[in-house]
Design a protein around this ligand. Structure first.
Ligand code: X2X
Length: 352
C-alpha cells in the first residue's frame, strides 16, 4: 500500500512539473489589437472571438480587444510589429496595415484587380495563395487563424461627385500610410495625404482633407461619414481582407487544447464577421437607401467609366505586381477570370 501511495505521489509530482511551465506562462489578460470602434462588424468580430475563447476555455484565457488602435499609439502601420514583439497577443487586422511589413499583402490593394468579385477573393484565401500568405506571416512571427473582411473600399468626398479620373484632380484624399495607395491616387491626379485612421474624422471636419476611401458597411455607416462627406462613388477599387492572428510568442506558450479552441473560435468569428461586412452589398437597394436617407449623393460607375480608372492606374498595378511577386498576382488574376467566366456562362444560360 505504502508503495502505491509513493508511486501515486511521484506520478502527481511529475505531472505537475510537466504541466507547470505551460500553466505558469498563461497571462491574466491577452491583448488584442483592433484599429476601429467596437460598433462596426470589424469590432464586433473581434469581440465575438474574445467572448467565444473566454467561454470555451472556462475563463482560462481572457482576451481583451483594445479598440481604436490603443495598443499601437498612433501609427497603424506599426501593428504587425506589436505582434512580432508580443506587445499584442492577438489582432484582427487589415492586410493594408500590415502590408508595409509583409509586401505580399499588397496583392489585395492592386487597383481594380478584384472589382467586386468576392468569390475570387474567397477562392484565393481558401487556396494555395491564402496558405502561402499564412506561411509568410508565420515566418515573420504571426500565426494567422482566419480571414475576415473590411470590404471593398469606396471613395467619399465633400467637394463633388466622382465619375471620371478628372473629377479627382487636386482633391486631397486621405490614404493609409502604405505607399501603394499614395501611388494609386497620384496616378489619378488626386493629392493623397497619408494619415492614421484615428485622425481622419477631424481632418475631414476641418477640411484638412476632402475625402477618404473605406468600405461602406464597416466604416461609412458606423462612422456616419455623411456628416463630413456628401459624395460617394462605388468603384470597388481595392479589397481589404482582415486577418485574425496571434503573436507567435503567445501562441507557442499555449497548450495544444487551448490552441485548438482558439483556432476554432477564430474561424467561427471570421465567418460571421465576413458575412456581416458583406451584408447589403454595394448595389443592394436597402443599403444605398441608408446612404441616401442621410443625404449622400451616390455615383455608380458604368463599365466604360470604370475602365477609365483602370487604365490610369495600370502603371501602378504593373510596378507593384513585380514587388508583390508575379506568381501571387497571376494566381489572383486567374481566380478573377474564372469567376467572371462562370458568371458570363450563367448569364448566357439564363438568357436562353
Ligand atoms: O485606416 C483605414 O482606412 C482602415 C480603418 O480601413 C484601416 O485600418 C485599413
Amino acid at each position: 500500500m505504502k508503495n502505491v501511495w509513493l508511486g501515486l505521489t511521484v506520478f502527481c509530482l511529475f505531472f505537475i512539473a510537466m504541466a507547470a511551465p505551460g500553466m505558469a506562462a498563461y497571462k491574466a489578460e491577452y491583448r488584442m489589437s483592433v484599429v476601429v470602434e467596437p460598433t462596426s462588424p470589424w469590432g464586433q468580430g473581434a469581440q465575438m472571438f474574445a467572448d467565444l475563447v473566454k467561454k470555451r476555455t472556462d475563463g482560462r484565457i481572457v482576451i481583451k480587444p483594445y479598440f481604436r488602435g490603443q495598443l499601437y499609439a498612433g501609427k497603424q502601420t506599426n501593428e504587425f510589429l506589436l505582434l512580432q514583439q508580443g506587445v499584442a497577443d492577438f489582432a484582427l487586422a487589415s492586410t493594408i496595415n500590415w502590408s508595409t511589413t509583409v509586401k505580399e499583402l499588397n496583392l489585395f490593394s492592386l487597383p481594380f484587380l478584384f472589382h467586386n468579385e468576392y468569390k475570387a477573393v474567397d477562392a484565393l484565401e481558401a487556396g494555395e495563395v491564402g496558405r502561402k500568405i499564412f506561411r509568410i506571416l508565420a515566418d515573420k512571427g504571426a500565426i494567422a487563424l482566419g480571414w475576415g473582411e473590411n470590404g471593398f473600399r469606396e471613395i467619399t468626398n465633400s467637394k463633388r461627385a466622382i465619375h471620371t479620373p478628372e473629377d479627382l484632380q487636386g482633391l486631397k484624399i486621405r490614404v493609409v500610410g502604405a505607399p501603394i495607395f499614395t501611388d494609386i491616387f497620384k496616378s489619378l491626379g488626386a493629392d493623397p495625404v497619408a494619415m492614421n485612421w484615428g485622425e481622419v474624422l477631424s481632418a475631414l471636419q476641418s477640411g484638412t482633407v476632402d475625402g477618404q476611401e473605406n468600405p461602406v458597411a464597416s466604416i461609412t455607416i458606423p462612422y456616419r461619414l455623411w456628416e463630413v462627406n456628401k459624395y460617394i462613388t462605388f468603384w470597388h477599387y481595392a479589397i481589404d481582407p482582415l486577418i485574425f492572428a496571434a503573436s507567435k510568442e503567445t501562441w507557442d506558450a499555449l497548450d495544444r487544447i487551448d490552441r485548438e479552441i482558439i483556432s476554432k473560435a477564430a474561424r467561427e468569428a471570421a465567418s460571421w464577421q465576413k458575412k456581416a461586412a458583406r451584408e447589403g452589398l454595394t448595389d443592394s437597394a436597402a443599403f444605398l437607401d441608408i446612404l441616401k436617407k442621410n443625404g449622400m449623393e451616390i455615383t455608380l460607375l458604368t463599365p466604360a467609366q470604370f475602365q477609365a480608372f483602370k487604365v490610369k492606374t495600370k502603371p501602378v498595378y504593373d510596378k507593384w505586381a513585380s514587388d508583390i511577386g508575379i506568381d501571387l498576382v497571376r494566381a489572383a488574376e486567374k481566380a478573377v477570370k474564372s469567376v467572371e467566366a462562370k458568371k458570363s456562362r450563367k448569364t448566357r444560360k439564363d438568357a436562353r
